[in-house]
Write a protein that binds this ligand. Structure first.
Ligand SMILES: Cc1ncc(COP(=O)(O)O)c(C=O)c1O
Length: 368
């Protein structure tokens, strides 16, 4: 029988942990603790500890979290905010709804993160901030990015929706600037049973503002800013708090799968693989995704599909510059060319080592 390896197995986590999760949900529901209760503050404390940050605010999803972070830091109408062409529309829409203008940056060919060498040419007198998307569980070259940000007095934010458990020089993603947002969408390294997110920050004033922003502007019996309803549900927080303890194991598994892909596929010249999962380097990657550059990527995807292996292109195969009606500007041809042939292979805790071998063998066969 042919192996069937979908890109993602949405039932897997619940199959593994469902019994415990039901008990947790039952306990919280029986106690009638639905909105902003102990379970939420417990999770926030533990998430702040996990990411080595001072404060965490549980929010409805990463997109809302990022928008509130930008507002809390004073990003407003008339400002320009730099962000990668290879990120979810969510990064840009968070900017748009503050009234500011998203401006696109180019990517590098080794890890598809922001090309730091091309940031300065996009800076204008209106540029007030840069959002670094820490893509695929890997952190960009923050040393250089922070230097540029300092030089031009730009505020630094991180879209860490894909980078839980990722470190750069021993700092967790989301801790380099004003703050970072995380997503608990079910397919993420730490996923909940629906939507969820968190913002981390080391800045007390930003923390206090987001606490108010997520809850209609309310804080300590007063309302001094216009807010949203963007809270993380208590039941989700309770579930996430349980699953958070499993995250180091989840990441260990992802890194071991990445190691096998890299070992098996390194001889295929038609591919460019993600950087090795090294221990003693600046980057500790958590492999939210295993994204490769592949010559003839369309044909490769079709071949894998015919062999019951699922693949996925980020953002439906369109980088942000392709959404012309949203007018976010142009990027270099080189970035476009790299992006066009990027494909993600199955990478999650449901994938077995023998499945990675099988997928790798199919790819080797495809390229002959
Ligand atoms: C890079 C990036 N930013 C933002 C988001 C949005 O996260 P959420 O769905 O929690 O709003 C995602 C989700 O996939 C993402 O990958």
């Amino acid at each position: 029988m042919k192996k069937n390896i979908p890109f993602y197995r949405y039932k897997h986590l619940y199959n593994l942990h469902g019994k415990k999760i039901i008990k947790i949900v039952d306990k919280v529901a029986r106690a009638g603790r639905y909105i902003m209760q102990k379970e939420l503050s417990d999770f926030e404390k533990n998430f702040a500890k996990f990411t080595n940050s001072k404060y965490c605010i549980g929010v409805s999803n990463a997109t809302d979290g990022l928008q509130m972070l930008l507002i809390a830091a004073g990003i407003k109408k008339g400002d320009e905010v730099l962000l990668s062409m290879h990120t979810m529309i969510a990064t840009a829409s968070a900017v748009y709804f503050t009234g500011a203008k998203p401006v696109l940056l180019d990517i590098k060919e080794d890890d598809y993160l922001i090309d730091e060498k091309k940031i300065e040419k996009k800076i204008s007198s209106k540029t007030k901030a840069i959002i670094v998307t820490q893509l695929n569980g890997r952190i960009a070259n923050m040393e250089v990015i922070l230097k540029i940000a300092n030089k031009y007095k730009l505020k630094v934010f991180e879209d860490s929706a894909q980078a839980l458990g990722a470190y750069y020089k021993n700092y967790h993603s989301g801790t380099f600037g004003y703050g970072g947002c995380f997503s608990f969408y079910p397919a993420k390294i730490l996923g909940c049973l629906g939507d969820g997110g968190a913002v981390i920050t080391n800045n007390k004033s930003i923390y206090k503002k987001i606490l108010a922003l997520r809850d209609h502007g309310r804080h300590e019996n007063d309302i001094s800013i216009w807010g949203f309803n963007a809270r993380l549900d208590n039941i989700e927080a309770a579930t996430l708090d349980y699953l958070l303890k499993k995250v180091p194991g989840f990441i260990k598994k992802r890194r071991s799968l990445a190691r096998i892909y890299n070992r098996e596929l390194k001889s295929v010249w038609q591919l460019k693989l993600p950087p090795e999962p090294k221990i003693n380097s600046n980057n500790f990657d958590s492999y939210q995704n295993y994204e490769i550059y592949a010559v003839n990527s369309d044909k490769l995807c079709k071949y894998l599909k015919a062999n019951n292996v699922g693949t996925l292109r980020q953002w439906g195969g369109k980088s942000l510059n392709n959404f012309k009606k949203l007018k976010m500007g142009k990027v270099d041809n080189k970035s476009n060319k790299i992006f066009k042939d990027l494909v993600m292979l199955p990478m999650n805790i449901s994938v077995t080592q023998s499945e990675v071998m099988h997928i790798s063998n199919l790819i080797k066969r495809f390229y002959g």
